[in-house]
Write a protein that binds this ligand. Structure first.
Ligand SMILES: *Cc1c(COP(=O)(O)O)cnc(C)c1O
Length: 222
């Protein structure tokens, strides 16, 4: 795996308004440094403890995105440095992030995760919950979080029309709810297998792991 080469190749296909998050979960600090030396500064992790350990050891100009499900009792460990929490899937979690951000005298950027896939998972809001949450007056009490946009994952399927239609509905929700909210400017959708479609459907941020770093051990054993 030539990480620098992979990065260059992917970047050459990305329009300038699309940001690339290199998903480095399970990957070593040496592998991350290869990407770093190739110029990559945005990395995504899905386990808080793993992200904290990497943050401690690696250059401080790396921006760390939390892309996985967040356990509320672990928010405190990342509140001092995390640059974007992509998977906010409950108001309780948003409140906890607000509280811990305040303790660190920060405002933490967050994306609301929307459940768009057909697969059943416990994580993510449905469309109506997003509308309700964003309309709630109590949201303005949370002065230490800033909702920057939405994040979603399409169904894990070969059926690319299905994937496209899920991305399209997320884009349409995004356009609807960001009206009048200047701070909402991120639509995070697209991974290694589907990012080209996601970009066609309006993504502004892609989260790519295996196409940069190679398959993760858990994928090889599948
Ligand atoms: C692992 C992961 C990715 C990256 O997946 P790849 O298929 O390796 O590109 C993107 N988003 C989330 C939320 C992930 O957990």
């Amino acid at each position: 795996m030539d990480i620098a080469e992979n990065l260059k190749e992917i970047e050459s296909t990305l329009p300038s308004h699309v940001r690339l998050v290199a998903v480095s979960k399970t990957k070593s600090e040496a592998e991350i440094m290869e990407a770093y030396q190739a110029g990559q500064r945005l990395f995504g992790e899905n386990k808080i403890q793993e992200m904290v350990a990497k943050w401690e050891n690696l250059p401080k100009d790396i921006q760390w995105h939390m892309i996985g499900h967040v356990q509320r009792n672990k928010v405190k460990y990342m509140a001092g440095f995390v640059s974007l929490v992509q998977g906010v899937d409950s108001l309780r979690l948003l409140r906890e992030i607000d509280k811990r951000a305040a303790q660190n005298q920060r405002v933490i950027d967050c994306l609301l995760q929307v459940h768009i896939a057909r697969e059943s998972t416990k994580f993510g809001f449905d469309e109506d919950e997003i509308r309700t949450l964003l309309a709630a007056e109590s949201l303005s009490d949370l002065k230490h979080v800033r909702i920057r946009g939405l994040m979603g994952m399409a169904t894990f399927t070969e059926d690319m029309e299905q994937v496209r239609s899920e991305f399209r509905s997320l884009k349409s929700l995004y356009d609807e709810v960001r009206t009048g909210r200047q701070e909402m400017d991120i639509l995070s959708m697209g991974m290694s297998g589907d990012y080209a479609i996601a970009i066609e459907e309006g993504s502004t941020m892609v989260r790519i792991g295996s196409s940069i770093f190679g398959l993760r051990d858990c994928q090889l054993n599948r």
